[in-house]
Design a protein around this ligand. Structure first.
Ligand code: 6PG
Length: 513
């Protein structure tokens, strides 16, 4: 081979996995001037891709891992975009024999963060570096700029930084939605929280839609207008935008397509992992949990069909606010407009709670796993490219950066909770009346709003200096001698009472799960 030909075959990065996300990321890398060598287990896919989508680009095809590795510059960077779980471990073991010390394996799939932590350790023990990175934004994001959340071996970051930041989404001109997140599983953890929040945002939008549809009898076109309006204000986001567009989409017969879609939601597990982690760390992320469970309830379609015939409740129609109740007077139209604004406020306030809870969980995880998470930086990474991208995240960044939220005196304080930030608690105050009206009306009308109401319940619990857990502790001590602390004694002193007069004096050990 001539010197020139050899230089030409020196690729910057390899990518394994030619499903749509993989293909789009490769084309994105190529657009930014990187030479990518690609491989897929079914090698005919490589040939198809090179002959079609990649035609006329600098992308190189490889028919074996060995051939792929041989075409890479050192340290070699090999990115996998394959199904999470066992396929990732299998692929790592196939790649490793072809590597040299210091080479970097990258997992860009939705892997479980504990698997990533284990893989980092495994690869490092063999002298290689490992990056587990969240990549969000779906097909379009992968092609034109996703949000990228890398973590793993810190020494790998300088080698992948330029390429990752080049292909990522940009906000405020040229700020990349990609920064180093932290060690071991931190990148995939933050992506998992992103997905949990994504579940929450989607559920909130569905609840708003449900009240409009069943409580107000609004049709898809009317709701399309509402979401279009909402997208111009503080709810401006990708998910509101696509909801607006979904509501406008007609089926072949001219009727709204959304009305023909079966109401059973799927899920691939990242929402569930978020809830499991919250249980592990003892952090209430009640809204994301309700969002996951709501998908589970939706999947019980046959049971729900049967139950709908037997279990009775109030009529969902909100009298005086629907067209069908003969109320098109100016006064009633005003009332309806006000109610739709209340739905907006319920969604917005609940969304603030959801992000506050998500950040509480990240804070607890950072402590548990010894990560130094940059909370403002995470909001920035989520501002563009990803599924939860929104104007709102700009405000979260400001809150964590302290630029607007603290007086000069306390500017150095870390924000403990998003709800304590001046801007956000002001917003909650402004939306509270409408939020409570929606939760109360929905309860009276039998319209399920699990996420709106759990958010409100959390808000009321979180702002309570005193909760009824005194009684709960008494119950635990009564039946199991689990002991309690007293308000008139220092914390850490435990007491047991013989509640019945025939219990013993022995208390059970005091441990906290
Ligand atoms: C993203 C998404 C993506 C996720 C899908 C499907 O950030 O691009 O979060 O990673 O896999 O949205 O998730 P579910 O099937 O669990 O809804």
């Amino acid at each position: 081979m001539t010197q020139q030909a050899e230089t030409k075959s020196q690729a910057d990065i390899a990518l394994i996995g030619l499903a749509v996300m993989g293909q789009n990321l490769i084309l994105n890398m190529n657009d930014h001037g990187y030479t990518v060598v690609v491989f897929n287990r079914t090698t005919s896919k490589v040939d198809d891709f090179i002959a079609n989508e990649a035609k006329g680009t600098n992308i190189i095809g490889a028919h074996s891992i060995e051939e792929m590795v041989a075409k890479l510059k050192r340290p070699r960077k090999i990115m996998m975009l394959v199904k999470a779980g066992a396929p990732v471990d299998e692929l790592i073991d196939q790649i490793i024999p072809h590597l040299e010390k210091g080479d970097i394996i990258i997992d860009g799939g939705n892997s479980f963060f504990e698997d990533t932590a284990r893989r980092v350790k495994y690869c490092e023990s063999k002298g290689f570096l490992y990056v587990g990175t969240g990549v969000s934004g779906g097909e379009e994001g992968a092609r034109h700029g996703p949000s990228i959340m890398p973590g793993g071996s810190p020494t790998a970051w300088p080698f992948v930084k330029d390429i990752f930041q080049a292909i990522s989404a940009k906000v405020d001109g040229d700020t990349p939605c990609c920064e180093w997140v932290g060690e071991n599983g931190a990148g995939h953890y933050v992506k998992m929280i992103h997905n949990g929040i994504e579940y929450g945002d989607m559920q909130l939008i569905c609840e708003a839609y449900n009240i409009m549809k069943n409580g107000l009898e609004m049709d898809a076109d009317e709701m399309h207008q509402v979401f279009a309006e909402w997208n111009k204000g503080e709810l401006d986001s990708y998910l509101i935008e696509i909801t607006r567009d979904i509501l406008a989409k007609k089926d072949d017969d001219g009727l709204p397509l959304v009305d023909k879609i079966l109401d059973t939601a799927g899920q691939k597990g990242t929402g569930k992992w978020t809830v499991l982690s919250s249980q592990e760390l003892g952090i209430p992320i009640t809204l994301i949990a309700e969002a996951v469970y709501s998908r589970c309830v939706s999947a019980l379609k046959d049971e729900r069909m049967k139950a709908s015939k037997k279990l009775k409740g109030p009529r969902a129609l909100i009298a005086g606010l629907t067209g069908k109740s003969g109320v098109n007077s100016q006064k009633n139209l005003e009332k309806k407009k006000k109610f739709v604004q209340d739905i907006h406020d319920a969604l917005y306030a609940s969304k603030i709670i959801s992000y506050a809870q998500g950040y509480m969980l990240m804070r607890a995880a950072a402590k548990e796993y010894d990560w130094k998470l940059n909370y403002g930086g995470i909001a920035l990474m989520w501002r563009g490219g990803c599924i939860i991208r929104s104007r709102f995240l700009g405000k979260i960044k400001e809150a964590f950066d302290g630029s607007k939220s603290f007086s000069k005196k306390s500017a150095k304080h870390e924000l403990d909770n998003l709800l304590l930030d001046d801007y956000f608690h002001g917003e909650i105050k402004r939306c509270q009346k409408g939020w409570r009206n929606i939760v109360a009306t929905a309860a009276k009308k039998g319209i399920p709003v699990p996420a709106f109401s759990t958010a409100l319940a959390f808000y009321d619990q979180y702002r309570s200096a005193v909760l009824p857990a005194n009684l709960l502790q008494a119950q635990r001590d009564y039946f199991g001698a689990h002991t309690y602390e007293r308000i008139d004694k220092p914390r850490g002193e435990f007491f047991h009472t013989d509640w019945t007069g025939h219990g013993g004096d022995t208390s059970s050990s005091t441990y906290n799960a």
